[in-house]
Design a protein. Structure first.
Length: 387
């Protein structure tokens, strides 16, 4: 739904399509951006008369405030939990690789380590969620295996915000770890094809949920809910998914959770067939798909869990400096903790962490995020500044 507004009526979270009346004095200028700063003059000149906003693509920042969502408090500091989370993440990636290689080679599947490892990961998340989210940004492994580990971490993170706990939470992580197991039965020429898949290739690719389910369904060490997630993680609430075009409540909540984080991690990941998008943009795209295939509550809670500016977002601050979001702030999602890396002229700065929620007389204590940028366009590996 498109609506014309005055610049003074713009608010953070609105998606600006264009501005200008299309006249010689006020030409039409395309914008196509989500406003995530209170300083709207950075996006639209205040002297223009007409701003076209797409309300269907806008994000209500007030709605995403955390009043109604549980905000788990960290039990340990980030510095202490990071090495623990890094070890667990490395073990999870290695396990994903060994499981998929076993299926591809037709060997027996050894899941002895899987459930205990997910329990350890859940305990790490309980101590400090940011640690697990930070270490998953380091992509030193092949995408297929790292993606399985990432989905496990993100599924448990989202599960915590949805009220999952104990065995249910660990099972959610196990489902995330195993969700793409069926891809081991897809030819690598299709998995790693850089171009668009043909109809025949797409049909083979769309069999992977069923193939993974067939591997797991009769195993006593795999809970039925986990096997169900493997089968259903590409189903969509509007009936537009696969392999069975299930809809609404016919899809389990576990499956809907894994389905949402599966798409999020795919969007923020660089692959042979898709360029990564910035985390804030990925969340915006998912937010616009609420009730259009994705569980509304799952998407809302994922935004609350990761923050308006997820950890790893490359941002420009109101003073022109550049930084990487190092930690979210659930109480004030527009004011995360940012690690400074460059000044306004892109010269390296001392890597200090600023808490943008702290307001004070010092100019450095009154900064805000001006813009969320794509680090790939600046040839920046954000993980270097987080670990």
């Amino acid at each position: 739904m498109l609506k014309s507004l005055k610049p003074s009526e713009l608010r953070p979270g609105m998606f600006v399509v264009s501005y200008g009346a299309g006249t010689f004095d006020d030409p039409l200028v395309s914008v196509g951006r989500l406003i995530l700063s209170r300083d709207v003059a950075r996006y639209v000149p205040v002297e223009t008369d007409t701003v076209l906003v797409d309300l269907s693509r806008s994000v209500d920042v007030a709605e995403l405030a955390p009043e109604e969502c549980p905000v788990p408090q960290p039990l340990t500091c980030l510095r202490d939990e990071l090495p623990v989370a890094a070890r667990l993440y490395g073990r999870t990636v290695a396990l994903a690789r060994s499981l998929m290689e076993a299926v591809r080679a037709g060997r027996p599947l050894d899941l002895f380590q899987a459930a205990p490892l997910m329990e350890e990961m859940a305990e790490s998340l309980a101590r400090n969620e940011t640690a697990a989210i930070t270490v998953r940004l380091r992509r030193l492994d092949e995408y297929t295996f790292a993606h399985c580990a990432n989905v496990a971490v993100l599924a448990m993170l989202l599960g915590r915000f949805l009220g999952f706990s104990g065995e249910d939470l660990s099972q959610l992580g196990l489902a995330g770890l195993l969700h793409d197991l069926g891809k081991a039965r897809v030819p690598e020429s299709i998995l790693n094809k850089p171009g668009r898949l043909s109809d025949a290739e797409m049909e083979i690719m769309r069999r992977h949920p069923l193939e993974g389910y067939l591997v797991l369904k009769d195993r006593a060490d795999v809970p039925p809910e986990v096997a169900r997630v493997v089968l259903e993680h590409h189903e969509r609430t509007d009936g537009g998914g696969y392999p069975y075009r299930l809809a609404g409540q016919d899809i389990s909540l576990h499956s809907q959770v894994v389905g949402v984080v599966d798409v999020y991690d795919a969007l923020v990941s660089e692959t042979v067939y898709r360029h990564a998008v910035p985390p804030a943009m990925a969340l915006s795209q998912l937010y616009n798909l609420r009730n259009k295939g994705f569980c509304t509550k799952c998407v809302d809670m994922l935004v609350k869990a990761l923050g308006i500016y997820p950890v790893g977002s490359f941002v420009r601050l109101s003073n022109g400096d550049y930084g990487v979001v190092a930690e979210g702030n659930p109480e004030q999602p527009l004011h995360p903790k940012v690690r400074l890396i460059f000044d306004a002229r892109m010269r390296p700065k001392r890597a200090v962490v600023l808490d943008l929620a702290r307001r004070g007389p010092d100019p450095d204590q009154a900064l805000s995020v001006q813009e969320c940028l794509n680090p790939a366009q600046y040839k920046i590996d954000v993980s270097r500044f987080l670990l």
